[in-house]
Design a protein around this ligand. Structure first.
Ligand code: NAG
Ligand code: NAG
Ligand code: NAG
Ligand code: NAG
Ligand code: NAG
Length: 735
C-alpha cells in the first residue's frame, strides 16, 4: 500500500514540512546517528549523500474538486469527495469515494472528508485483548518511574519523538532511547542510527561484514519461463497433489475470472502441464500468514479489510481463516475453492507468521490490527494465539514480549520449531527461544549485527537441514535486510548463522556478493539452499524498491566459511515485492510473482518502472544440469506413504545410476511461502541402511524421525538423493 510509504524516517521539522529540497547533496556520514551533516528534511544514505526524506507532507492532499468517477486522493491529483454526491464524502485509502467505515475511518486510511471518531459508524477495533482474552481499551504500558531527563514531556505509553508530541523516554522501563520509529528501548535499534533522544550513542558492537564476491558455480543451473500464474503470486505453496497454489489480495485486475464474473485472486497451477485454474475465496487474503494442518490441509491465516469498491463479493479478511484441501491420491479435490466458515482468528492479524507445533496445533504470532502506520502503537498486535488441529483459534491472544521490543518491526517474524518443542523466534535484530507451553522466553541471543532483517526490510531465514548426525539440532541462517522503509534504504549483504541450542550460541557472520532485501532462501534436497529474488536498494512496500537482484545464489551449509556461496544464472525478470520461490516435486525451483504496485500494472511506466509479473520461471539447480541430469535415481517406490515420527522404519526401492556411491533420504516440508518467509519450511536427512555401492537395483531401509518436535505432523515430500542428485519426489503424510 502506498500509505505505508510514509513509514520512513521523519526527521523534518514542521517548519520545513512543505519544502521540497532540490537535489543538492551535501555530504554526510552515514555511520553517524541522526543524519548529521544533512539539512533538516534530508536523510543521509549509505553512499554518504543527503537526499530529501519522503515525508507525510509530500503525500498530503492538495485541495481539489471531486471527480465525476468517484476516484480521489493522492493518486488522483488530490481530488476530494462530494458528501452530497452519489458516492459519499470520504476518500478511502485506495482512492475511492464512499460513506462506509472502510472509507471514512482515519484508522482505515481515510484520506479526506474523514470521520475522525467514527460518528455513527461502528468503530474499527484498535484494541488488543488483555491476558484474560477480554477486549480492553488501548494497551497502556504504565508510566515512567521518575522524571525524564531532556526537555520533552515524558512518554506515557512507550512511544516518543517527533511523531509523538516530542515526548522523550526518560526512565521508561524498556529503555531511555527513542528509536527512529518513535519507540522507547535500550537496544542498538533504539540507541543507534536514527535515535531521536536519550543516550543515542550505542551502535552495534561489531559491524556486520560488507559484500563478499562469490565464485561462479561450475555447474550453475538454468532459468526458464514456463507459464503464467494467472493471478499475482503474493503467497504460494506446493500442495499434496503436486500443484502450486497462488494466493493474492483483492485487485482491480487479474488474468482469471471466476464463474460469478468477478476476478479470481487465487489460482492452482499444475507444473506438469503449466495450466492454471482460478480459485475463489471469501475474504481478502492480503498479506496473510499460513501453514499446513497436520492432516495436510493448507491454510491461509489473517489478511486485510474488504475493498468493496473493487470487489463487493470479497469480505473482511483481517481475522480470516481459509482452508484448502488437496490430496495425494484423490484428484477430485483439484480445482476446488478455498473454504471459509464463521471461524475467525481471535484478533486481527495482517502480516502474521505461523508454525505447526509438535502436537499439530498452530502457533500464530504478530500482525497488524489496522495496517497503516506501524509506528502507531494502536495498529500493532504483538501477541500470539493457538489454533487447534483443525485450525480453529482457542480465542486467546497472548502478549509476546519480543514483538513489543521489536516495535515497529514486529510483523512477519521468522519462526523455526526446535527439537525440544520450543521455538526460535527472530524479529527486527532480536532473537530468542520461546517455550509456548510455558509462555516464556527461555534464552535470548545477541542482536544480529547489520540492518533490520524482518518486515518491512525482510531478508530470508532458513532452518538448515536436520539430521541424526547433528542431533537434530537447529542451525539457522538469516540473510539480507535493510535499514528503513523507503526506496532509499540500503540493503544488507550480510548473513548471520547460529546454532541456538548450543551453549553460548553466537552469530557467525558471512556475506552475499551484494546487499539484498526481499531475498528468499529455499532448501534443496541435496542440502544446499538457493537464494533468489529481491532488490539491492529500497524496502518492502509498494513502489519502494529498485535495482532488482537477478542472480541466483547457492549456499552450501557444509562448506568452509568463506566458500559457502557461489553464483548461479541471472534472470532478466525483476522479482520485487510480492514474489515467491518454492521447490517442486521434480526437484526444480519455481519462481513467480512481483507485484510492487498497489494495483496490477501490466506494463512498466515512468511512475512504476516495475510492473506486475505473471511469468512463472523454473530454476533447474546444478544437480539436474549437465551430466548430473542423467544420474537421477528412478523407479522410486516407498513401502508406505504414512510415516510416523517414532523412529520406525520403512523401505524404499529404486534404481540407482551406474557407479552410485552414496544415498541420502530427504524428508522435506515446503511450508507457506510469502514475503520471502517460508513458514514451517524444514528438511530432514533420515538415516538409511542397506545401500549397495555400485549396484543398480536398490532397497534401503529408512528410519523415520525420532519425534514430532523434529518433524511436526503434516505433508512432506520424500526425495531419494544419490550422489547429490535427487529423484522425483513423492508426497507422504507424517504423523
Ligand atoms: C547516492 O545514491 C543516490 C541514490 O541511489 C544517488 O541518487 C546519488 O547520486 C548517489 N550519490 C553519489 C555521490 O554517488
Ligand atoms: C534493556 O532493558 C531490558 C528490560 O526491558 C533489560 O532486561 C536489559 O537488561 C536492558 N539491557 C541493557 C543493555 O540495559
Ligand atoms: C472478468 O471479471 C471482471 C471483473 O468483474 C470483468 O470486468 C470482466 O469483464 C470479466 N471478464 C470476462 C472475460 O468475463
Ligand atoms: C483437515 O481438517 C480440516 C479442518 O477440520 C478439514 O476442513 C479438512 O477437510 C481436513 N482435511 C482432510 C484431508 O481430511
Ligand atoms: C504470557 O507472558 C506475557 C509476558 O511475556 C504476559 O504479559 C502474559 O500475561 C502471559 N500470558 C499468559 C496467558 O500466561
Amino acid at each position: 500500500m502506498k500509505s505505508v510509504a510514509v513509514f520512513t524516517i521523519l526527521l523534518a521539522t514542521q517548519a520545513c514540512a512543505n519544502i521540497l529540497f532540490p537535489f543538492v547533496q551535501p555530504t554526510c556520514d552515514f555511520s553517524l546517528s541522526k543524519h548529521q551533516g544533512c539539512l533538516s528534511g534530508q536523510i543521509c544514505i549509505a553512499n554518504n549523500t543527503c537526499i530529501p526524506a519522503k515525508r507525510v507532507a509530500d503525500l498530503q492532499l492538495r485541495d481539489s474538486a471531486p471527480r465525476p468517477d468517484g476516484r480521489c486522493g493522492k493518486d488522483f491529483d488530490g481530488a476530494t469527495c462530494d458528501p452530497e454526491g452519489e458516492y459519499g464524502g470520504c476518500c478511502s485509502q485506495y482512492g475511492f469515494c464512499g460513506k462506509k467505515e472502510g472509507h471514512c475511518l482515519k484508522s482505515n486510511g481515510c484520506q479526506s472528508g474523514c470521520d475522525e471518531d467514527g460518528g455513527d459508524l461502528p468503530p474499527t477495533s484498535t484494541t488488543v485483548p488483555d491476558s484474560s482474552g477480554a477486549q480492553s481499551s488501548e494497551p497502556v504500558m504504565g508510566s515512567p518511574t521518575a522524571a525524564p531527563d531532556g526537555d520533552g514531556p515524558a512518554t506515557t505509553d512507550g512511544t516518543c519523538g517527533a511523531e509523538n508530541g516530542g515526548t522523550i523516554c526518560g526512565d521508561w522501563p524498556r529503555g531511555s532511547c527513542c528509536s527512529m520509529y518513535g519507540f522507547c528501548g535500550n537496544s542498538s535499534t533504539h540507541c543507534g542510527e536514527g535515535c531521536q533522544s536519550g543516550p543515542c550513542d550505542q551502535e552495534p558492537t561489531t559491524p556486520a561484514p560488507g559484500p563478499k564476491p562469490a565464485m561462479a558455480n561450475a555447474n550453475p543451473g538454468t532459468l526458464k519461463v514456463v507459464g503464467d500464474s494467472g493471478v499475482p503470486a503474493m503467497h504460494a505453496g506446493l500442495l499434496p497433489n503436486g500443484r502450486v497454489i497462488f494466493l493474492d489480495k483483492v485487485e482491480d485486475y487479474s488474468k482469471l475470472n471466476l464463474s460469478n464474473g468477478h476476478y479470481a485472486y487465487s489460482s492452482e497451477y499444475d507444473p506438469a502441464t503449466n495450466e492454471v485454474v482460478p480459485l475463489a475465496y471469501n475474504t481478502n487474503a492480503f498479506c496473510a500468514g499460513g501453514i499446513f494442518l497436520a492432516n495436510g490441509t493448507f491454510m491461509s491465516i489473517g489478511g486485510n479489510g474488504p475493498l468493496v469498491d473493487i470487489d463487493d463479493s470479497v469480505g473482511d479478511g483481517f481475522a480470516g481463516l481459509r482452508w484448502l484441501t488437496r490430496s495425494i491420491d484423490d484428484d477430485s479435490l483439484n480445482g476446488q475453492d478455498w473454504i471459509e466458515t464463521n471461524d475467525k482468528l481471535d484478533t486481527k492479524r495482517w502480516y502474521a507468521s505461523a508454525q505447526t507445533m509438535p502436537d499439530g496445533t498452530i502457533f500464530v504470532a504478530s500482525g497488524s490490527l489496522n495496517g497503516l502506520d506501524p509506528r502507531v502503537r494502536a495498529n500493532n498486535n504483538p501477541t500470539y494465539e493457538i489454533l487447534n488441529r483443525d485450525g480453529i483459534s482457542n480465542g486467546e491472544s497472548i502478549p509476546m514480549d519480543i514483538l513489543y521490543k521489536a516495535d515497529a518491526y514486529y510483523m512477519y517474524p521468522f519462526i523455526h520449531l526446535l527439537n525440544d518443542g520450543t521455538l526460535f523466534v527472530f524479529v527486527s535484530r532480536f532473537s530468542e527461544i520461546f517455550d509456548v507451553g510455558k509462555n516464556e522466553t527461555v534464552k535470548t541471543f545477541d542482536e544480529l549485527s547489520g540492518t533490520y532483517r524482518t518486515y518491512p526490510n525482510t531478508g530470508g531465514s532458513v532452518l538448515l537441514p536436520l539430521s541424526s548426525a547433528n542431533g537434530w539440532h537447529a542451525d539457522v541462517i538469516i540473510c539480507g535486510g535493510g535499514s528503513y522503509q523507503d526506496i532509499t534504504s540500503p540493503t544488507d549483504p550480510s548473513c548471520g548463522r547460529i546454532r541456538p541450542q548450543q551453549e553460548d550460541a553466537k552469530w557467525e557472520m558471512d556475506s552475499m556478493p551484494q546487499g539484498r532485501g526481499m531475498v528468499e532462501g529455499t532448501l534443496l534436497p541435496d542440502g544446499s539452499a538457493v537464494w533468489v529474488n529481491g532488490a539491492n536498494l529500497g524496502a518492502q512496500g509498494f513502489e519502494l524498491a529498485e535495482d532488482p537482484t537477478l542472480e541466483v545464489l547457492i549456499y552450501e551449509p557444509a562448506a568452509e566459511l568463506g566458500k559457502r556461496w557461489t553464483t548461479g544464472p541471472k534472470s532478466d525478470i525483476p522479482r520485487l515485492y510480492h514474489s515467491v520461490a518454492l521447490l517442486l516435486l521434480d526437484g526444480t525451483l519455481m519462481i513467480a510473482g512481483s507485484n510492487p504496485v498497489q494495483m496490477p500494472k501490466l506494463e512498466p511506466d515512468a511512475e512504476d518502472p516495475y510492473a506486475t509479473e505473471f511469468r512463472v520461471e523454473i530454476y533447474t539447480p546444478p544437480y539436474l544440469s549437465g551430466d548430473d541430469a542423467n544420474r537421477r535415481p528412478t523407479d522410486i517406490v516407498l513401502s508406505t506413504l504414512d510415516l510416523k515420527s517414532d523412529s520406525s522404519t520403512f523401505d524404499v526401492t529404486f534404481n540407482a545410476p551406474e557407479g552410485a556411491k552414496e544415498v541420502k533420504l530427504a524428508l522435506y516440508h515446503g511450508g507457506f511461502v510469502t514475503h520471502s518467509l517460508h513458514m514451517g519450511h524444514r528438511m530432514l536427512f533420515l538415516d538409511t541402511e542397506g545401500f549397495k555401492s555400485g549396484e543398480k537395483e536398490q532397497k534401503i531401509t529408512v528410519t523415520t524421525p525420532p519425534n514430532s518436535n523434529v518433524a511436526p505432523p503434516g505433508p512432506y515430500m520424500v526425495y531419494v538423493v544419490v550422489d547429490g542428485v535427487p529423484g522425483v519426489g513423492q508426497f507422504v503424510m507424517v504423523s
